[in-house]
Design a binder for this molecule. Structure first.
Ligand code: IPM
Ligand code: MN
Length: 352
């Protein structure tokens, strides 16, 4: 039995989560496992109901399930709230409270979509790397922080255990891939980065079969665009990972297709990389593929069933290979499918 808490959130969140839930239900029928899905409010939807973006009840539900599936949060309606009430603050709180210290963001190019990339097909074809972004430390959470009329300040700090545990996960993942980790920092300027680099190299002693190299973050931003195929596993801090994973996502030409996993020692949360897209919310236009692929990551990382993950990726690839497209990935001459039609096509492809 798998118990999943779904928190659809705002904007297109409910529509894409509905697509992922349809896929989960099909898999449960096909493979005969029991599935319990419990829905909870989060973000603006929760604020409108309870005056809070993240209630204790939603947090408690997340602590009592096997995996959390998140849609997206935020929208113009809640943008002018004070900093601590913004949806972003709720997202940081849920990550911290659930101890989700590792954020995995794959940058993988689907062959069927190669021409959607802003880079030349030759540069981007075959790109397949995985970013490990540290998610509960660094400058996002460091104290002191604040601003007054004359000054603004934040603190970038890492504890040894925080670097060790993310480095360990990255090396373990590399063992199952091409055995190459690149650690990205700014050690030529920042002491905290020199510390990061030292600790990553200490952890590496336990993973002598993996090749480790270091790269400065400015160079990495350039290298991802210049030759993305050189990367296998990237490990980096919270802020650098935030920026680099957007660059990595975009070169695949399909931000609407990329999933993510945020994992800790006890809990895990899966969500598409894209946001709540308020401009197309409620129009049955959004691409559900990123959220469906997030379910694949759930089967791999939370349920230990990589074969079901592969089944989901294959259903997505085969659906795309038939030329089926939602509006975000369709070329002008192609007719675009709705969210529900794309979902139905993938469910059909999964079979019974
Ligand atoms: C992300 C987002 C968040 C982040 C924001 C919305 C707080 O950009 O998940 O990458 O910066 O971590
Ligand atoms: Mn981001």
């Amino acid at each position: 039995m798998y118990k999943i808490v779904s928190i659809p959130g705002d904007g297109i969140g409910p529509e894409v989560v509905a697509g992922a839930v349809a896929v989960l239900q099909q898999l449960s029928k096909k493979h005969g496992f029991e599935l319990v899905i419990e829905e909870h409010p989060f973000g603006g939807a929760s604020y409108d109901l309870h005056g809070e973006m993240l209630t204790d009840a939603t947090l408690e539900a997340c602590r009592n399930c096997d995996a959390v599936l998140l849609g997206a949060v935020g929208g113009p309606k809640w943008e002018s709230l004070p900093h601590e009430h913004k949806p972003e603050a709720a997202l940081l709180k849920i990550r911290k409270e659930l101890g989700l210290f590792a954020n995995l963001r794959p940058a993988k190019v689907y062959d069927a979509l190669i021409d959607a990339s802003s880079l030349k097909a030759d540069v981007v074809r075959g790109t397949d790397f995985l970013v490990f972004r540290e998610l509960t430390g660094g400058i996002y959470f460091g104290q002191p922080r604040g601003y007054d009329d004359n000054r603004g300040w934040n603190t970038m700090v890492y504890e040894r255990y925080e670097v060790e545990r993310i480095a360990r996960l990255a090396f373990e993942a590399a063992r199952k891939r091409d055995g190459k980790v690149i650690s990205i920092d700014k050690a030529n300027v920042l002491e905290v980065s020199q510390f990061w680099r030292n600790v990553v190299h200490e952890v590496h002693k336990d993973f002598a079969d993996v090749v480790l190299s270091d790269m400065y973050v400015d160079n990495a931003a350039m290298q991802i665009v210049r030759n993305p195929k050189q990367f296998d596993v990237i490990v980096t801090s919270n802020l650098f990972g935030d920026i680099l994973s957007d660059i990595a996502g975009m070169i695949t030409g399909s931000l609407g297709m990329l999933p993510s996993a945020s994992i800790g020692t006890k809990y895990a949360l899966y969500e598409p990389i894209h946001g709540s897209a308020p401009d197309i919310a409620g129009q049955n236009k959004a691409n559900p593929i990123a959220t469906i692929a997030s379910v694949a990551m759930m089967f791999e990382h939370s349920f230990g069933l990589p074969e079901i993950a592969r089944e989901i990726y294959k259903a997505i690839e085969d659906t795309l290979a038939q030329g089926l497209r939602t509006a975000d990935i369709a070329s002008p001459e192609e007719t675009a499918l709705s969210t529900t039609d794309m979902t139905a096509a993938i469910v059909r492809q999964l079979g019974a």
